[in-house]
Design a protein around this ligand. Sequence first.
Ligand code: PMP
Length: 378
Amino acid sequence: MSRQGFYFGAGPAALPTPVVEQAAQEFIEFDNQGVGLGELSHRSGQATKIMNEAKAQIKELLKVPDTHEILFLQGGGTGGFAACLYAQAAYKFYKSNGQAKSVSGDYIVTGVWSLKALAESKRLGIQSNVIAKAEKFVEIPKIEKVNGDFVYYCDNETVHGIEIQGEKTTPPVDFDNVCVDISSNMFSRPIDVSKYSIIFGGAQKNLGIPGVTLYIVRKDIIEAQEKVDIDQLRNAGFPVAPSFLDVGLAVKNNSAYNTVSIFAIEVIKLVTARLLANGGIPEQTKISKSKAEKLYNAVDSRKDVYVTNVKPEARSRMNVVFNLKNPEDEERFLKEATALKLRGLKGHRSVGGIRVSNYNAVTEEACDAVVKFILDFK
Ligand code: PMP
């Protein structure tokens, strides 16, 4: 099988070619059973084995402590906005022995994805406070005092190309209950799992294909959602999770309460096995940093052609966002890139410009090819 050129789409995003090849084969026939992975029962022994192997590899890569559970749900990253709220609400109510009258979340708003998560809390009727919001999404805003029951933020804003920087993913505030969306930078650097109540991310960028969302949830949060009295919770005016977004039910049923995509989880298994074989997160951290530096250096060296609005201290290693100084050149930039088989470079429709997504599966070779194009473009 051959694949033409290089793909820099923001998500769904490039996967390592050997993973695509193996998954394609397994879609047709898995384990010599006369059945492909889109057909295999999610409750079969083979499916359970795939699930357990994927989880074990994630545990090893991210050094997930025994205080936390790894689980998979559906509903994408957007499902995660709500799943966090349901779980934190159940936790507050359960911990207060049914006495709590409300739950509130403190949101750090750094771009559209945290803004959408904030909007979700309004939908579900959960009181939300914005404890930090950038004027324009080009910087990390200053965080005010935490007052709520949990803090929510997005570690990497895929559309605006904003990332909370550091050698590892760690909460920007010191608080007991912090929820984080790591959809677009997970597995590209270490994460302080023990410091979070809920970690989640849609698989379709650094981990796999659409259809499955990874969650890493503290066990006391899971216990609360398992044990809370649903009638009491509802009568007290708290939102009750639909069963498919309930982390308690998911853990009890080994992430297969309803039909999960075993094919999507197999892809996660293959991606994480490859990461482990290639030096794990320490190696990936180095590679991500080096590729991002090459990309930003190229863009910065052509100030006559490109404009970057994101402040250096907020620049994402995963999504390199910039504009053509002369907006009329944008179409030509994309056309010439496509002619060189460099695809997926168009910025998100809400911000325009160019976005080079630099996820784990974007090889050094792919990065060098786009860097050369950025430098050569006239
Ligand atoms: N969070 C982030 C950081 C994202 O980039 C995205 C989508 N690309 C989402 C959440 C939403 O994910 P989904 O489309 O799977 O709901």
